[in-house]
Design a protein around this ligand. Structure first.
Ligand code: MG
Length: 378
């Protein structure tokens, strides 16, 4: 059976890698919808190659002019809920993923979720709607894919999730060293190829913090049962410890195409010659150490925001997004990212069980707050 896919965020890193998986299995997957932001040239190429029926582009006119194929222009939400779509891949970064994710779960779709923000900002709403509408949310993030694979046919009750973290490019740096790192250094991740925002988040460990919150919602695991372990080789993608002390881990060569492919092919596994295998003769040792919460405060901030719940995680996400933008445009230091996020969270008056409108309001408030604090500090 051919699975019909819509990829929202098709020109980003995850989107492009999803299309590589589709290319490897043309008889298994068909692209019926593509959505992208500003990269119209790449989108036009993708339209010509995959001939989707539905397209969303922020610059719709240019895309239509560049693509040689006919298609219908729809909003991301309309693509996500369209009856001709079986699986919706949410590969947009930031809060833009939330509304189409909700549209997809409300339509009872299978959602391959690569966007962390949807669950971090609105985990309660998204998982509630998914349950109500019999939608499945399948993780694409490598850690959550690993946990999902480890938990299969196992009792989830009291399972301890152990999320592994590479530690990023600045593992073992001191705070003084961290305050001097450049954008180029921060964008140079040792083991994963990713988009800019998530690469910076990996360097601050905010990414791991967001993943803790994401894991809480995906697997219904209480925060006290989720731990983070630094594992610089990125061979073990995460682990689960069961009540009897037995631990399962998922290992593979670090390549996002594998968790993407598993979410698309599930419950099947497909042989893909493009995916490198682990070469045991190249692996001298696998090491583990606890994360350094003092030097990398983002991990602690995220965990606390997740535990407090309500509108705190939305504020965390928005403040981080705004701070990372400031860092990427070279207006603040690397260590200012955590500082801005912390100051913003401290000033937030939280709402418990927020509605979507309240989440969006918290998001705007946090972005505004970050720029306020930043302009006061100039
Ligand atoms: Mg990850």
């Amino acid at each position: 059976m051919v699975k019909r896919l819509a990829i929202l965020g098709s020109t980003g890193s995850i989107g492009q890698q999803t299309l590589e998986v589709v290319r490897a299995f043309p008889h298994r997957f068909q692209i019926v919808g593509l959505a992208a932001g500003k990269n119209v040239h790449l989108l036009a190429k993708q339209i010509s190659e995959f001939k989707p029926a539905f397209v969303y582009c922020q610059r719709q006119r240019t895309a239509a002019r560049l693509a040689s194929t006919e298609y219908r222009s729809l909003s991301m939400e309309d693509i996500a809920r369209h009856p001709e779509v079986d699986i919706v891949v949410i590969a947009t970064s930031g809060k833009a993923g939330l509304s189409p994710t909700l549209a997809a779960v409300r339509a009872g779709k299978t959602v391959a979720l690569a966007n962390k923000e949807s669950l971090v900002m609105a985990g309660e709403i998204v998982t509630g709607e998914a349950e109500l509408n019999n939608a499945r949310i399948l993780p694409v993030d490598s850690e959550h894919s690993a946990i999902w694979q480890c938990l299969k046919e196992e009792p989830q009750q009291s399972a301890q999730l152990i999320l592994t973290a590479s530690g990023g490019p600045f593992l073992h740096y001191s705070l003084a060293q961290l305050s001097k790192v450049t954008v180029e250094q921060a964008l140079n991740h040792p083991s994963w190829q990713m988009g800019e925002k998530v690469t910076i988040d990996s360097a601050t460990l905010m990414n791991k913090g967001l993943e803790v919150i994401e894991a809480h919602w995906l697997f219904g695991t209480p925060f006290e049962n989720i731990r983070v372990l630094v594992h610089p080789q990125s061979v073990i993608h995460s682990m689960v410890e069961f009540v009897d002390g037995s631990i399962k881990a998922q290992l593979s060569f670090p390549d996002m195409r594998l968790p993407i492919q598993y979410a698309l092919s599930y419950p099947e596994r497909l042989p893909n010659p493009k995916l490198r295998r682990l070469d045991w003769s190249n692996i001298q040792n696998l090491t583990f150490e606890p994360p350094d919460f003092e030097t990398f405060p983002c991990l602690k901030l995220a965990r606390e925001a997740g535990e407090k719940g309500g509108s705190y995680p939305a504020v965390l996400c928005a403040a981080d997004e705004a701070a990372v933008e400031l860092f990427l445009s070279r207006r603040i230091k690397f260590t200012d990212i955590a500082r801005l996020v912390e100051l913003t969270i401290d000033e937030h008056k939280a709402v418990a069980h927020p509605t979507l409108e309240e989440i969006m309001a918290a998001d705007s408030w946090a972005r505004e707050k970050v720029s306020q604090i930043q302009s006061l500090n100039k």
